[in-house]
Ligand binder design. Structure first.
Ligand code: MG
Length: 163
């Protein structure tokens, strides 16, 4: 019997000077970057949580705690690769991941294809199994003021159950 599962993920990080802006493993030129223990790649973090959530395997903070020095400045694509392993061990395969990143500046469209390719590679899925949209916050709130970036993700998994 095949069963489908859906998971949701969300993340937000502050945009500060003196940090790199890394989204989906792509370093994007900008005057500010995302603050966090790892590379603070908000896109990868939201996607990781959506995948873990769909499988009922907890959340990113549980598997990759900020208190663990091995994740300091870690490339967050590693979290996706690790999540993929956890899903496989639990009998799930990834059908699709859809992500919305909300950031006022810079424009993400020129980097979208490479971000999707990076995510697909980390997850071991085809390019069309990953989708990314970028939006601004229309000047509203801290994201609109360029003080933070956030991402939302939905993941669909297929579970091959024995009964
Ligand atoms: Mg995060």
């Amino acid at each position: 019997m095949t069963e489908f599962r859906t998971g949701i993920g969300y993340d937000v990080h502050r945009l500060v000077e003196g940090r790199r802006l890394v989204l989906g493993g792509v370093e994007i030129p900008h005057s500010k970057g995302l603050a966090g223990h790892s590379d603070a790649d908000v896109v990868s973090h939201a996607a990781t949580d959506a995948l873990l959530g769909a499988a009922g395997l907890g959340d990113i903070g549980e598997h990759f705690p900020p208190s663990d020095p091995q994740w300091k400045d870690a490339p967050s694509l590693l979290f996706l690769s690790r999540a993929r392993e956890l899903l496989a061990q639990a009998g799930f395969s990834i059908v699709h991941v859809d992500i919305v990143v909300v950031i006022e500046q810079p424009k993400i469209l020129p980097y979208r294809e490479q971000i999707c390719r990076n995510l697909a590679q980390a997850l071991g899925v085809g390019r069309t199994a990953v989708s990314l949209k970028a939006k601004t916050a229309e000047g509203i709130g801290p994201v609109g003021a360029g003080e933070a970036a956030e991402a939302h993700a939905v993941a669909t998994l297929k579970a091959d159950l024995r009964n």
